[in-house]
Design a protein around this ligand. Structure first.
Ligand SMILES: [Zn+2]
Length: 335
């Protein structure tokens, strides 16, 4: 007979009832104190700025991190759970930071694609809190509206698909549905404000050469397609094969591109349809994900942290960090 503790699901944890349901006491404490600390820090920094001529920009910088324990040793019995990591890494807060928002959006996209039904009720609730945070931030900043709408679609599809085989109560699952519907209505009601005519240059006033450079840098081709629908000038530039060639070279390796480019037979000069090649490559290989900031794991102390913020490492030597793609981060947890 294997030994089971009194509460085998979460040994030694105290639970507390909150307005959002039952929560682990130690995570709830972090949530409460995190908010308090933020306010307190903001006040301290403000006071310091008033008193000092040269305030330190990093004075109030926090380093959210979580020690990752995969349960490999006898001394460290307690495993790090996904819900714990989400809270301690302040992922909901990261959704409001422009540098980290794309990473968080991709993380949720992966969850909706393959993991949602196998998450615990606590993790599900946290995921939908983050989704709400993403939608609110998109509406306030008027950025990432398109990807946020796509994410809500993915959430809806995932909820329909997992309806009959998910962890957690059916009532909770219905509540997620309601949340997605509410957020969808909210974002669909959003109308982009047109800039008043103030005599200054608009995007479509720029010379085609400038537009080509700008479009070639855009990470998501859907944004290029959206821009093409706004004016004839933009449409002409976005239809150019040369632009799609640049985008192909940016997102895909030569080997990937060569899968679809038919080598011209000697002597003939056949024009390559780069937009077509881009579409084929995108369908087969997906887009190369580029994030301004990412989660990373320290090879010395196994702390997961945000790369740009770092973590207080226990080691005396300079630590090494291995960056984690959203998929790698999720695969650390047994889901
Ligand atoms: Zn470390």
């Amino acid at each position: 007979m294997p030994f089971l503790g009194q509460d085998w699901r979460s040994p030694g944890d105290q639970w507390v009832r909150t307005s959002e349901g039952w929560e682990k006491m130690r995570l709830w404490r972090v949530k409460i104190f995190e908010n308090l600390n933020q306010n307190a820090l903001a006040r301290i920094v403000r006071l310091a700025v008033e008193n000092q001529d040269h305030p330190q920009q990093d004075a109030g910088r926090r380093q959210p991190h979580v020690f990752f324990n995969s349960g490999g040793t006898k001394e460290k019995l307690e495993l790090t759970s996904l819900s714990e990591a989400i809270v301690l890494l302040d992922i909901a807060g990261a959704a409001q930071d422009l540098r980290r928002a794309n990473y968080v959006i991709k993380l949720l996209a992966v969850v909706f694609e393959e993991k949602l039904p196998s998450l615990s009720g606590t993790s599900q609730k946290l995921i939908f809190n983050i989704l709400e945070s993403i939608v609110n931030e998109a509406l306030v900043s008027e950025l990432n509206i398109g990807v946020t709408k796509d994410l809500l679609e993915q959430a809806r599809a995932s909820l329909h698909e997992g309806k009959h085989h998910h962890i957690g109560s059916p009532a909770l699952w219905d509540r997620h549905m309601e949340t997605v519907e509410r957020l969808s209505t909210k974002i669909n009601d959003y109308r982009m404000k047109e800039r008043d005519t103030d005599g200054r240059a608009m995007l479509s006033d720029l010379p085609p050469d400038c537009l080509r450079v700008i479009f070639a840098q855009i990470g998501d081709h859907k944004d290029v397609m959206r821009a093409s629908q706004t004016s004839t000038t933009l449409n002409e530039v976005t239809e150019e094969s040369a632009l799609w060639r640049k985008m192909c070279l940016h997102h895909f390796s030569n080997k990937q591109i060569m899968t679809f480019v038919v080598p011209a037979s000697s002597g003939t000069d056949v024009a390559v349809d780069w937009k077509h090649i881009y579409r084929r490559c995108y369908k087969r290989f997906g887009r190369r994900e580029i994030f301004a900031d990412m989660l990373a794991i320290c090879t010395h102390c196994s702390s997961i942290h945000w790369k740009s913020l770092g973590h207080p490492c226990v080691g005396e030597q300079k630590f090494q960090a291995k960056v984690l793609q959203p998929k790698d981060f999720l695969s650390l947890f047994k889901l």
